[in-house]
Design a protein around this ligand. Structure first.
Ligand code: GLU
Length: 489
């Protein structure tokens, strides 16, 4: 399907960090803009001043940039439709509200908070008390300084039908609509008015957003229609389900997930944990979209060519972190040694270790197949950069050997390594294999105390390579220390 260049927007409210749902919305908008040779706008929707957090907009932008989602117009880069910060457009929104008042499509409401609370307590929506006030009387009350809001005059009879690209026609009975507020008593617009006015002013052709906005869709369409503006194509994306597929993911679920499983739905956390943006993008792209049922590997550039709204899926998409790890693993394996070294270095530094480039580069081939995120690297290879290691003494004892036998094996291994002419992988392997035969031990039985002695851990990268990289002096010193631990057992 070839489409005209689209103008789409990602319109986050700066109330917190960018999460998976928002990032996926941004990604699909970005892809659609690129696919059609159109433009992506970033609009910061900060009309809800109570929930506004100043640092949030910067954080959102950082997360988007990290993912590689670039916008063509926005608060930082400007554009022909500036400003892109919604609160800076409030004067225009007020004019729009006035326009609807003048046309009889909105009205002043003077009901105070107590009255509205009373209605809410009785589980009633606004009872439209001010709807029939004569406009002149209302204007007088406004001029006399009486606090008021401006409400939309929703149709009471009939029904409203809106078309969503993924879900087809959606019809609501107008009796279910309320006369919602357009402009608050402080003169600030509510989101519904502001977003629709901005979408129109900015020439938005497609509104692609999360399903949570579907209940607002009739309101939004009615606002557009009240002004006589052409409606954009509406496209509400599938909801994200909790891992395991049971129910919609709530903010609380997300927080719990963050603590309990070391996984996160917040993009900055995935970044911190050493995921690659390419893996996150590939993973997110497939949560609600697929090209066909087979292909699953996509770079961002490939997605820009392949993406289309017609392949979006309206049914809920499960968040599957094992899938993220799968993409991450694949990407990490494709990286050059230098890139992996650069990627893992900060995580060693974070642990207080001081890795040198040369050693890091030697370690990379040993762990590149084994790590999922960069954050995993120090668990595998931190011991290379520690001055000494402190193994759990019991771990030095090999399977089916006594502590005394393990001690003897370790001492023999040490002796063998002391006299080896060159301390390189192959001669080290040859000598230790020969020693195991000589002692009548399985290779694993001989290597266990050696591995634990030099790495301090039961699982390590391949041992012969590890010994070579550590170097003779350090390896022997660690084995010496371990013999002391074994003697005390
Ligand atoms: N500001 C809204 C949000 O934070 C945007 C909704 C829309 O895209 O219309 O989700």
């Amino acid at each position: 399907m070839s489409s005209d260049p689209a103008r789409v927007r990602f319109a986050p409210s700066p109330t917190g960090h960018l999460h998976l749902g928002g990032a996926r919305t941004a990604l699909y908008n970005f892809l659609y803009a690129r696919q059609t040779g159109g433009k992506l706008l970033l609009r910061i929707e900060d009309t809800d001043r109570k929930r506004y957090r100043a640092a949030a907009a910067e954080g959102l932008m950082d997360s988007l940039r990290w993912l590689g989602i670039a916008w063509d117009e926005g608060p930082d880069v400007g554009g022909a439709f500036a400003p892109y910060i919604q609160s800076e457009r409030a004067a225009r929104h007020r004019e729009h509200a006035q326009q609807l008042l003048n046309a009889g499509k909105a009205y002043h409401c003077f009901c105070d908070r107590n009255r509205l609370q009373e209605l809410r307590r009785g589980r009633q929506s606004y009872d439209r008390l001010c709807r029939e006030l004569a406009p002149t009387a209302a204007r007088q009350r406004v001029q006399s300084g009486q606090a008021h809001v401006i409400r939309f005059r929703s149709p009471k009879e009939g029904s409203t039908t809106v078309r969503d690209l993924l879900r087809g026609e959606i019809t609501v009975r107008n009796a279910q609509l309320d006369d919602f507020v357009l402009l608050k008593s402080d003169g600030f617009p509510v989101y519904h008015l502001a977003a629709m006015a901005d979408d129109h002013a900015m020439g938005i052709t497609h509104v692609i957003r999360g399903e949570e906005w579907l209940p607002s869709l009739p309101k939004h369409a009615l606002i557009m229609r009240a002004f006589g503006w052409p409606e954009p194509t509406w496209c509400h994306l599938s909801v994200l389900k909790k891992p395991g597929g049971k129910g919609k993911m709530s903010k609380r679920d997300a927080r719990q997930l963050d603590k309990a499983e070391g996984h996160s739905i917040f993009i900055h956390k995935l970044h911190e944990r050493g995921y690659l943006p390419e893996a996150v993008v590939n993973w997110m792209a497939l949560m609600g979209w697929s090209l066909d049922d087979r292909r699953e590997d996509f770079t961002l550039a490939e997605l820009q060519c392949a993406f289309g709204l017609e392949q979006l899926n309206a049914s809920p998409a499960a968040v599957d972190f094992s899938k993220l790890d799968h993409f991450q693993g694949k990407r990490v394996r494709q990286l050059s040694a230098t890139d992996v070294a650069a990627g893992i270095k900060p995580y060693f530094l974070r642990e207080g270790l001081k890795p040198d480039e040369a050693t890091l580069l030697k370690i990379v081939p040993l762990i590149q197949e084994r790590i999922v995120t960069f954050e995993d690297a120090p668990q595998w290879a931190g011991f290379f950069f520690q001055p000494h290691v402190s193994p759990e003494p019991a771990h030095l004892v090999a399977k089916k050997l006594t502590p005394a036998e393990s001690l003897a094996a370790l001492q023999q291994a040490r002796q063998t390594l002391v006299t080896l002419p060159t301390f390189e992988r192959d001669p080290v392997e040859k000598a230790l294999r020969a020693l195991a035969d000589e002692l009548g031990l399985k290779l694993g039985q001989l290597l266990t105390p050696v591995r634990v002695a030099v790495s301090g851990q039961r699982v390590s990268p391949p041992l012969f390579e590890t010994l070579e990289i550590l170097g003779r002096e350090s390896a022997l010193q660690r084995m010496e220390n371990a013999t002391k631990l074994l003697k005390d057992l």
